[in-house]
Design a protein. Structure first.
Length: 365
């Protein structure tokens, strides 16, 4: 049975009771516990998560289930080897950067995501030591995780991580996993990106932009919505829309886009700047006329969606496209360092050129 938290705890409870009665007969997708794992699981300690919950967790954690896609992406740089499942399978394209570690891991779905559900049977079968949730704090986060923890018998912790506080999120994760030194490397990198950006915008005015999606280019990230976080950090998003979709693209028409006529257009999630720029009506837009219509890079995930660790790459990339010479870092060095730290991948010169685009700023596909 697959369960959505929003469907109610009663359904989850029923599923867990059912699991208890059939667990002996059900096939397990996990490997058998070794003596070492059994010893590791005997000691516990108290961990205070971002919701202020005091959770008893194993002294040594080696088997983790991510609560969803964002948790999976957040955990990967520090705990790829400890994951016993994935929220969403890793694609062949993503394996270039992530390796094949996750290829055979079972899919457990998402606790909070439209169109995806938490697979309770799979979670219960994996002999996990902990479930980790990452992202924004939902109003119901304490109740949800307390109930999930009680019903599954697995510690559940929440680590909050917005754009400016993900460095502290990694420090918290490092404490939880006993990987403080490695976590500090990730946190320090994030601190550098955030601190530098804040310093630059003390004297630099943000440029106007609209962020487009969909094959017709007429979905937009509306100003002030969930996916606007990194864009608002770097640009003035002029897409002021009534009845905007908070967690999805908001539909607009071309007349609305033309009335905004921003300095820059950024395209992702199906929007192709090359194709859109060739349309007759789009030629009147300033961003198209000035060659400032860009495709958002991705590898292994989009730089901007969902808003997780790749958003620091987004900051570096946007800085390079929109504010050349304003940021004191070496863009290529920063990007290559990021891939080494967060994905343990050595980015070649060819990789960098393909990822970040040529001199015109047009990202290559």
């Amino acid at each position: 049975m697959k369960i959505k938290m929003k469907k109610g705890i009663a359904l989850l409870a029923a599923a867990c009771l059912c699991l208890m009665s059939v667990s002996c007969a059900a096939p397990s997708h996990s490997t058998e516990k070794t003596d070492e794992q059994s010893q590791e699981s005997t000691g516990t300690r108290t961990f205070v998560d971002s919701a202020g919950r005091e959770v008893e967790v194993p002294e040594t954690i080696t088997r983790i289930i991510p609560s969803g896609d964002m948790a999976q992406m957040f955990l990967w740089p520090l705990a790829a080897d400890e994951l016993v499942s994935v929220a969403t399978p890793v694609t062949e394209e993503q394996e270039k950067y992530l390796g094949t570690t996750a290829r055979d891991l079972p899919e457990t779905g998402n606790l909070y995501k439209t169109g995806s559900e938490l697979n309770v049977e799979e979670v219960a079968s994996l002999d996990a030591q902990i479930i980790i949730d990452f992202g924004e704090a939902k109003d119901s986060i304490t109740e949800d995780l307390d109930n999930l923890q009680e019903l599954l018998g697995i510690p559940c912790v929440f680590i909050e991580g917005g754009l400016e506080d993900s460095a502290e999120a990694y420090r918290m994760l490092g404490e939880l996993l006993g990987k403080e030194e490695q976590a500090e490397e990730l946190a320090s990198y994030i601190d550098t990106v955030i601190d530098t950006t804040q310093q630059v915008f003390k004297t630099t005015e943000k440029k106007e932009a609209v962020i487009l999606s969909g094959s017709d280019g007429l979905g937009c990230v509306a100003s002030g919505t969930y996916f606007d976080e990194v864009w608002a950090y770097m640009l003035k998003n002029v897409a002021q829309v009534d009845d905007a979709q908070m967690y999805a693209s908001t539909s607009i028409d071309f007349e609305q886009l033309a009335s905004w006529d921003p300095d820059y257009l950024f395209c992702y999630n199906g929007a192709d700047p090359k194709e859109l720029s060739q349309r007759a009506e789009w030629s009147q837009l300033s961003a198209v006329q000035n060659g400032q219509c860009y495709a958002v890079p991705e590898g292994p995930y989009s730089f901007v969606s969902p808003p997780t660790v790749n958003r620091y790459l987004a900051i570096i990339w946007i800085a390079d496209q929109v504010y050349p010479g304003e940021f004191p870092w070496d863009t290529e060095q920063m990007v290559k360092e990021y891939y080494q730290l967060f994905y343990h991948y050595t980015l070649s010169d060819a990789d960098y050129d393909a990822l970040m685009g040529d001199e015109s700023g047009e990202t290559k596909s």
